[in-house]
Design a protein around this ligand. Sequence first.
Ligand SMILES: Nc1nc2c(ncn2[C@@H]2O[C@H](COP(=O)(O)OP(=O)(O)OP(=O)(O)O)[C@@H](O)[C@H]2O)c(=O)[nH]1
Length: 315
Amino acid sequence: MVSQKISVHILTGFLGSGKTTLLNQLLTFHQGKINYVIENEFGSTSIDSDLVKKNYNQLFELNNGCICCSLDQELIEVLEQLILMENLPDQLFIEASGVADAGMIAAIFKREGVMQYFDLKAVIAMVDAESFEDRLLEIPEISRQLVAADHILINKIDQVKPAYGADLKIQVSQINPFANIYLCEFGYIDYQVFEKKEKISRFTSLSSNKDITSLGHGMKSIAVSVPEPFDKEKFYAALSVTMFLHYHQIYRIKGFVKFEDSDEPVLIQSTGNKLTFSKLNFSITESPNLVLVFIGKNIERHSLEKILNRTLLIA
Ligand SMILES: Nc1nc2c(ncn2[C@@H]2O[C@H](COP(=O)(O)OP(=O)(O)OP(=O)(O)O)[C@@H](O)[C@H]2O)c(=O)[nH]1
């Protein structure tokens, strides 16, 4: 049994956005700890593993596909090997392939058997400031990566004008209103931020009943006001089924709701295809707005409201 859980950071971002650069920075920052790395490349030949500075204690490579789909089982096998090792790591850094769905990787760390040993600290997405706008329109995976992230680093800011960088920050915050967003060069920011708990302030300022449709590529963010308590079982079942059936449309659900059994707001969020509920484990001075935000492609407010209304306590 592992006495202390192994901290996990998942690094995602499109090809060439700067993931390996960030990983090298993080390994330098965490020097002195026992750091393991999992590299996932989309192809049978590993290049990234040669580029990662030898600043880690152990490197695993998954080269036969993309972690989030075909390599799910292979990743689990590596995690199993890892917890049996004599020299247990303090931290595990996973560099996902440029096309991976980071949410699906994160979902593996929400499984009970895995959570017993691993503590998912952060999903970090890299954005290439230079090519982001063009790529966003061409490649839907990018929006999925952004929507799954807790922190988004808009990298290569040295390659664009300052005003454009500021504009990108607004665009990215519309795609993922929950993430902490930073502008940076060569992945450099103060990495302490990855250890901090979620800020409640972003939920107190969420405007309910608002649709943001300017995200491009059919992407939409819909905030539904949910002041009435839900029936917990019905709510969980309905949203889980919706996420399963509409995986290609619903990229993320996040927000606060109340259930029949308590007056305390509960944080709901989807990680990949898994829905998690968590009580706030920190004190708050201001109650969060009871709002659920759905981010996805071609989603419609009236359908979402219909699903939610059926799971209200009084329904
Ligand atoms: N000018 C500039 N170049 C950068 C910056 N960050 C990374 N690079 C360069 O961009 C290239 C790609 O960076 P990587 O860190 O390999 O990107 P990656 O996301 O790991 O790439 P893949 O593994 O191919 O998906 C490298 O040549 C980096 O040196 C930056 O902020 N500014």
